[in-house]
Design a protein around this ligand. Structure first.
Ligand code: SF4
Length: 408
């Protein structure tokens, strides 16, 4: 339970909110996210969400929220009036900063003109669209429900209504050629969206796709082909003025995701809904907590939504900071690394080796992962923090950055 002990004080970092809307029409072939397809549970979910929100925010009365991210699942699937009611509950406790970013993840098939109009009227000012591809054969292979034409139409309409739009693309799909991938990247560039997320398809356990690959029915491009596609996307996006600011994320100046940057920079965030995580920094104390990943249990006992809570040790704080900083173009401070290694000079030898391998670059005291190194960011982190002790509940709070899906 997020407690009064964790609540805002003068030293608390900026505060963000995440809402997990766990509903999808169908599960895509590759997806292992926490979600349900039983739409009849929506009513009970929103009642429980209101209850959890009031209870959790009571400890934060008067605070200011800097971003709200509706993720899922498919938040664009639920009625806008439900999101509106949740925002009203929120506003009884906290206020939004003047420039607060309010993002909703959306699927193209949900974004009829009326929905776009209602979302803008609600105050949503950033749309993250799960396009994944503009090519019919790729969409079929991924099990997506929208058509290529729909994806293009929606990207254009969203740009007109919001301006601040992100599109997700996935590479490494069955039968995908390098040229087909280049066409996808060309198409996203032609839409003019200022933010693109590029993911390499990963085989998650117990997904339909994993089953098909295991049985030899589907073959995916190999790792080298996938890596070449990723590097090509980096080149194409950067040459059009996008900054590669995180392993999977590219933005035009000023259009990075504030919510995600907040998480990667380890600012405080409160998560609502089943499977949502919270992270609070207050003074030197850092707390992680997680909600139950069962919608039935969440609806039955929203007061007990949080089932895991942990205060991070100093070593855990530093190793987490190193791990996340290495995924960002802003890089990592040598001082943090030395602090983790308690001045042990062995780490300088590791840095020399990683630099020679072309995986990192050093400028003064800042260490950055190179473009090639971005492909191996987790491995670079493992080299630099080899004895990173897993938090007791790290299984519950995996420091996992999305690799196959959007900002979820
Ligand atoms: S990829 Fe997105 S739309 Fe598809 S099942 Fe997963 S959460 Fe739902």
């Amino acid at each position: 339970m997020v407690t009064i002990a964790d609540r805002k004080d003068d030293s608390m970092t900026r505060l963000h909110c995440y809402v997990h809307i766990p509903f999808c029409r169908e599960r895509c072939n590759y997806c292992d996210f926490f979600l349900v397809t039983r739409q009849e549970l929506q009513k009970g979910f929103f009642a429980a969400l209101a209850r959890e929100t009031s209870q959790k925010l009571a400890a934060f009365d008067g605070s200011t929220i800097h971003s709200i991210h509706f993720g899922g699942g498919t938040p664009s699937l639920v009625p806008v009036s439900c999101l509106e009611e949740w925002l009203e509950t929120l506003s009884r406790h906290v206020s939004l900063s003047g420039d607060a970013e309010i993002t909703i993840e959306a699927n193209p098939e949900d974004l009829a003109a009326e929905k776009i109009r209602d979302l803008t009227a609600l105050g949503v000012n950033r749309l993250s669209i799960g396009v994944q591809s503009f090519l019919p054969e790729k969409l079929r292979a991924l099990g997506r429900l929208h058509t290529a034409e729909e994806a293009l139409r929606v990207a254009d309409a969203a740009m007109e209504a919001f301006g601040n739009v992100s599109v997700d693309l996935i590479c490494g799909v069955e039968g995908e050629t390098f040229e087909a991938w280049e066409r996808d990247v060309h198409t996203v560039l032609s839409t003019g969206v200022p933010h693109v997320s590029v993911y390499m398809l990963a085989l998650e356990k117990n997904t339909r796709l994993e089953n098909l690959v295991r049985r030899g029915i589907v073959a995916l491009p190999d790792e080298n082909e996938q890596a070449a596609m990723y590097v090509r996307a980096c080149e194409m996006l950067e040459s059009e003025g996008f900054e590669h600011y995180e392993v999977s994320n590219f933005s035009k100046p000023g259009f990075f995701s504030r919510y995600n940057m907040g998480c990667w920079c380890r600012e405080s965030y409160l998560g609502f809904g089943p499977s949502a995580h919270s992270f609070l920094v207050s003074g030197g104390r850092e707390t992680r907590s997680a909600n139950v990943n069962s919608l039935i249990r969440y609806i039955a006992s929203p007061d007990e939504a949080q089932n895991c809570n942990e205060v991070l040790s100093r070593a855990e704080q530093i190793s987490e900071k190193i791990f996340l900083s290495l995924r960002l173009s802003s890089g990592l401070n040598l001082a943090d690394l030395l602090q983790y290694h308690e001045g042990n000079s062995r780490v300088r030898g590791i840095l020399d080796r990683l630099e020679k391998q072309g995986l990192i670059e050093r400028k003064g005291d800042v260490i950055k992962v190179s473009r090639r190194g971005f492909l191996f960011a987790d491995k670079v982190a493992e080299e630099l923090i080899p004895v990173r002790k897993k938090c007791a509940s790290e299984e519950a709070f995996p420091l996992r950055v999305p690799t196959t899906n959007s900002e979820k």
